[in-house]
Design a protein. Structure first.
Length: 81
């Protein structure tokens, strides 16, 4: 499979990633599977599996809500009760 090819091409970007806002107001799309941790120090920082850190305006609760909604969209909770 070529680099960058999407496994689920029928999904649009909003269904593959979650939107976050950088401190400068720029919207940024992040793959929620790549988020390792969410820190508050005092800015909210997403720590990615790659080690990259992304500082965002959203609260940790907002990020978690978006991840949960993303997981619902892809059916990740089907086997969870």
């Amino acid at each position: 499979m070529p680099y960058g090819k999407i496994l689920r091409p029928h999904l649009n970007v909003k269904e593959k990633m979650i939107a976050v806002t950088q401190l400068n107001g720029k919207q940024y799309w992040i793959n929620p599977h790549q988020i390792e941790a969410i820190e508050t120090n005092p800015d909210v920082t997403l720590v990615m599996l790659s080690g990259k850190r992304v500082v965002v305006r959203e609260t940790p609760e907002d990020i978690i809500d978006r991840i949960v909604e993303y997981r619902r969209q892809i059916g990740a909770f089907k086997n969870e009760e």
